[in-house]
Design a protein around this ligand. Structure first.
Ligand code: 9MR
Length: 629
């Protein structure tokens, strides 16, 4: 019954309430109310109720952010556990014994000649917090060679030391923070073929001793803060997070608080203190941060945050902004916004650069299901609402991303019964699209449905509904917002191969059955040695010939061996030109703004560097927008 929806209409103006009510209720009627919450028990006993008043973000105190021109909200109520915390290992996994090794076998390897490396004599361990464990890792190879090895993420304070005899020793003194079941993984690498690998985890169960006063009290520390470039007179915030492996919350003090600065404990995350400062002169600054143990006030460390303050003119860029140039060419140019960029030290510069250069924005992560709907009936809208408020302020379009995807699902969705997933999926699309209906009219409805070999990618959705889930998702999206632009967004379709063939087949099949679809998102996570421009242009033409729009949704060009900033620029220029030459290409969106925050930041793939300086790629985009015909 529609009545079980808890206050679906709490967002926006009264007029849009009414519009949304009409659309939402129509959607429920059209869906036969099959999408209503009471019919949609996700199978673990808790229905995924629609959002209600208790999910509504509340205004955030401006002392916690860098926003100057748009309003910022935060989640109401207590903090929800992070996804990793939800996925904690339990005694069941521990008692099952040593997890099986995970083998990576490269294509074409003759496994009758080359056997994989492996570890022997490993087992799960149980240890008291405060005690030290030592485990010697000595990988073996049946072929007689000496395998290499490397650990995955070391626990804080642990060491993995070379014994120079083919073995390495893992030493760790877990403390109160580590109580529970921890996974530690080491990968053995075949000497003859380094792509041939075997990863072995051990589970380490850390329990509290009866007398916890035997556990040493260690000094607290400050979570890493990167160096940042900021602009004079902009507000700068540092989220200072104290860490204490004893599981207590250290306090943070700024002994010499600069003028125009404030420091305040964050009420929702009491381990975080927010330092806000408005630098009024240019230069390199460092601020001392004292992190004090909460049990022994005499135990503290002093660390520093540093930042470089530049004059506004340091961020001047020659020529016309990309946004203005794109407008002349009747396309949108855009970027994926770092979640909560206004909580970063350089958030003001980030916002200003984006507003000047771009006309469309995609939330990089805040709309992913594990963030926005982390528990059944619980929603976290603040980050997306804030992006909407930023985009409104600067007249930017918003590209909704992603509605239905195989990744970044909350654990509770993975645990649902297949028969419950259609209703769940429909409800979810309705809840998210209708909330943002007055601001978001372009959606990646289905993200990455294809696998590399051209089959359908396995997912909780595919498992439950087969390929029909794609039809159902698109139809549901159309019902919720009949005028929205609905996309399928996919990667590795720039070049010829089974994946692009499968995409065309999927499109033809959807169109033959009149399933709503308005366009294809080409992600384009490329490397700077990319040269299949002709294939890309012909793929665009094939999509255009089917009457669909093309959106370049996630362009970035990673530097790789033998490539330079100028090769990278050339790829940007050619891609932009191909888009401009194809009348169906509606938008060119980068996957990020600056290399500082790119998901591939090690490969510097974006048009702005870490200090917001335009790279040759920026000039290349200007040139494509100015000149290509
Ligand atoms: O850039 C995103 C990164 O921060 C996330 O950790 C990751 C997983 O959610 O997703 C990245 O973005 C992906 C996008 O949502 C879909 N296409 C591929 C992108 C890069 O992995």
């Amino acid at each position: 019954m529609c009545t079980s929806v808890k206050n679906p209409l709490m967002h926006g103006s009264n007029r849009s309430h009414l519009a949304r009510c009409l659309v939402l209720c129509t959607a429920f009627i059209l869906a036969g109310c099959g999408g209503s919450s009471s019919d949609n028990n996700p199978g673990n006993g808790a229905a995924n109720l629609a959002p209600g008043q208790d999910d509504e973000p509340v205004p955030e105190n401006t002392r916690f952010n860098t926003a100057t021109n748009f309003s910022v909200t935060r989640e109401p109520g207590p903090r929800l556990p992070e996804p990793e915390e939800i996925l904690e290992l339990t005694d069941v996994e521990f008692n099952r014994g040593l997890p099986a090794a995970v083998l990576q076998t490269p294509d074409g390897l003759d496994t009758s000649i080359n056997q994989p490396p492996f570890f022997e004599n490993l087992q799960n361990l149980e240890v008291l917090a405060g005690d030290t464990i030592e485990v010697v890792y000595q990988p073996q190879d049946p072929d007689g060679e000496l395998p290499g090895m490397f650990p995955e993420k070391l626990p804080q304070g642990a060491q993995f030391v070379d014994n120079f005899d083919g073995s390495k020793t893992f030493t760790w003194q877990p403390l109160q923070m580590d109580v529970g079941i921890n996974r530690f993984t080491v990968t053995a690498v075949d000497a003859a073929d380094q792509r041939y690998r075997s990863s072995q985890s051990i589970l380490i169960k850390v329990v509290l001793p009866e007398d916890s006063s035997t556990i040493p009290n260690v000094a607290p520390m400050l979570d890493t803060i990167l160096a940042h470039t900021v602009r004079v007179n902009d507000p700068v915030v540092f989220e200072l997070k104290g860490i204490d492996l004893n599981g207590t919350v250290p306090t943070i003090e700024i002994p010499d608080l600069p003028a125009m600065a404030s420091v305040e404990q964050d009420p929702r995350f009491n381990e975080i203190y927010v330092l806000k400062v408005v630098p009024t002169t240019v230069g390199e600054f460092t601020i001392d941060v004292l992190v004090r143990d909460s049990v022994d006030p005499g135990l503290f460390v002093t660390e520093q945050v540093s930042f470089n303050v530049l004059a506004p003119s340091a961020f001047d860029r020659p020529g016309t902004a990309l946004r203005a140039l794109a407008q002349n060419r009747d396309i949108d140019i855009g970027f994926a916004a770092l979640q909560s960029f206004y909580h970063r030290p350089d958030g003001a510069l980030y916002a200003d650069t984006a507003a000047r250069e771009f006309s469309i924005v995609t939330p990089e992560n805040s709309m992913k299901m594990d963030h926005i709907n982390p528990q059944p009936g619980r929603y976290q809208f603040a980050a997306t609402d804030n992006l909407v408020s930023f985009a409104r302020q600067y007249g930017m379009r918003i590209h909704g991303h992603p509605l239905i995807w195989y990744r970044q699902l909350p654990a509770w969705v993975e645990a649902t019964q297949p028969q419950d997933r259609e209703g769940l999926m429909r409800d979810y699309i309705t809840n998210i699209m209708s909330r943002y209906q007055s601001d978001i009219t372009l959606w990646d409805v289905v993200n990455e449905p294809l696998s590399d070999n051209g089959g359908f990618r396995d997912s909780v959705w595919f498992e439950a509904m087969g390929e029909r889930y794609i039809d159902l998702a698109l139809q549901q999206a159309r019902r919720v917002d009949p005028s929205a632009t609905l996309l399928i967004n996919e990667f590795d379709i720039a070049f010829a191969g089974p994946k692009f063939d499968a995409l065309l087949q999927l499109v033809d099949n959807l169109q033959a059955r009149q399933i709503p679809l308005d366009g294809i998102g080409f992600q384009l996570h490329l490397f700077a040695d990319f040269d299949q421009f002709d294939e890309l242009a012909s793929h665009f033409a094939a999509i255009a010939a089917r009457g669909l729009d093309i959106y370049i949704t996630e362009l970035d060009v990673s530097l790789s061996a033998n490539t330079t900033l100028s090769t990278q620029a050339d790829v940007y220029q050619q891609i932009a030109t191909i888009c401009l030459q194809q009348s169906r290409c509606r938008a060119l969106q980068m996957w990020g703004l600056t290399d500082q925050y790119s998901f591939r930041s090690n490969f510097d793939p974006l048009p702005f560097d870490r200090a917001y300086q335009a790279k040759p790629a920026y000039r290349a985009l200007q040139q494509a927008l100015e000149n290509s015909r």
